[in-house]
Unconditional design. Structure first.
Length: 222
């Protein structure tokens, strides 16, 4: 149990860092100043965990009561601000860092929900929420459609990774093993979705096309 209590905060901080990087990169791409970059770093890196902690009653949330989360977010923002060219050399940096953060947070969020006594289904959903919360908040602040709504396996990947942790706990598998498998599955799904365009079914017929083919429009026009 002591190993789990040590491992979860490490994953939490790892997810905070990589999500904060993705938020900072997105902020630089939108030409925000250094304050805006640091704000977006903190928001992206911590809002998923804050939402999880509030919902499970772990208040005040760790991200607001422990200075290390703020420090990790600020460090990630400053790294991106001063060495953006190095970060930008990575292929699709925002999406790749986002995928890594999603994997970290999904497995850590599910395990924390399990520790607070939530049912397996609710623990998996809380793991998913932990993974997608920061990215959704980042996209909303940047006036973009959140990735989770773009049918590119964003939430599905987080749910799959969190579910592995939950199933592993039910089968008595050590958290370290289930977290490694779940995190790899989550990141793998997101990476393949990014690289090969994997997505859930979407409606290909636009609203405008539907309006043009709607028989009621012909009646109105007559």
């Amino acid at each position: 149990m002591a190993t789990v209590q040590l491992f979860v905060p490490i994953l939490d901080l790892g997810g905070t860092f990589v999500f904060a990087i993705s938020g900072a990169v997105a902020a630089v791409n939108r030409r925000l100043d250094i304050f805006g970059i640091l704000v977006l770093s903190f928001v992206t890196g911590n809002f998923g965990g804050i939402a999880r902690d509030v919902l499970i009653g772990a208040v005040p949330p760790a991200a607001l009561s422990e200075i290390r989360y703020l420090l990790v977010s600020v460090i990630a923002g400053l790294i991106t601000f001063f060495w953006y060219s190095g970060v930008d050399r990575l292929r699709s940096p925002v999406l790749l860092f986002d995928a890594a953060g999603l994997a970290f947070f999904a497995v850590a969020g599910a395990q924390k929900a399990i520790e607070f006594g939530l049912s397996p289904v609710m623990a998996a959903l809380l793991g998913m929420l932990t993974g997608i919360g920061g990215g959704v908040t980042r996209d909303v602040l940047l006036a973009e459609i959140p990735h989770v709504l773009r049918s590119d396996l964003y939430a599905v990947a987080a749910l799959a990774g969190a579910s592995i942790v939950v199933v592993g706990d039910m089968l008595g598998i050590s958290y370290e093993v289930s977290a490694l498998i779940g995190g790899a599955l989550c990141f793998g799904l997101r990476f393949m979705a990014i690289r090969h365009g994997w997505n859930l079914p979407i409606a290909h017929l636009s609203a405008q096309a539907r309006a043009g083919t709607d028989p009621s429009n012909d009646i109105k026009s007559n």
